[in-house]
Design a protein. Sequence first.
Length: 98
Amino acid sequence: MDQETRRELLKLSWSMHDEVEQAILKDSTKQGDDNWTEKQKLLLADMSLHLLQTALKPNGLSQEKLKNNLNAILTLSDDFIDEVDLRKTADALYGLDK
């Protein structure tokens, strides 16, 4: 990917991130409320944008940031996927599964 395309994608991702983050901040839903799942989806979208930014950041991929992004995505996704213990997988990223 050329640098100009990378810069444009990152710029767009930050714009999208700002919109998603504002929606999260405006949402007063608390755990246990009827719309909790919708707020979790917004948080998942936010973390997905962070993953995109980590992956496209110039000057190499930071393993620590990648682990943090994946941990957040796996932890949030655990509520949506029953077949796999994604929280355990997230813990394995940091060696906490032992």
